[in-house]
Ligand binder design. Sequence first.
Ligand SMILES: O=C(O)CCC(=O)C(=O)O
Ligand SMILES: [Fe+2]
Length: 205
Amino acid sequence: MQISQTDWPETDFTKAVESLAQRHYAVIPDFLSPPMLEMLRSECLHMHDEGHFHAASVGRAAGQQLNQRIRGDSIRWLEPEFPAGGRYLARMAELQAQLNRELFLGLRQFETHYAHYEPGSFYKRHVDRHRDNDARVISAVCYLNPEWPQEAGGEIRVWNDADEEVLCLSPQGGALLLFTSHNMPHEVLPANRVRLSLAGWFRRD
Ligand SMILES: O=C(O)CCC(=O)C(=O)O
Ligand SMILES: [Fe+2]
């Protein structure tokens, strides 16, 4: 499938940038066009089925067993050469430029991985910025699940720095969630089906 740059919806990120500045999070429901969603989803599934994913980890000291009590997803980092993933990275570079122009965040790179959650797996409450490394500034999670009824579960719950729950979002395909990486705890609830996403970070290093 050929996708050109014009296949990205003409999204004006102004509202999202404002929300990020004011509330420390933003949701862009139709960030992906339906063909782009399908392309990313099939690339993710294909690479997973071909064995190109590995179990996610949670910090250097933790063993794999401990990992699985904290997070159950398996992941694959995107590379610019990936046919669909490369386009996603290019689009996120545009968003990075806009975030820098409007919020002076000094973002210098973006990293992201596909994440595959088997039914029943989860990611316990955590903050994305590592304790020993403050490079992650903005988290960006994009969902790759086209038909996702409410009863499927798999929501992401997000709290603010006053520990008030500010969001409980179903992982609807095409949506992009942004939040500040250092002060917004969040968790992924178990789903009753395979849950796919792209989890990424704009970094200042
Ligand atoms: O998939 C999600 O909704 C969020 C994943 C997440 O929190 C992470 O990978 O750090
Ligand atoms: Fe996270």
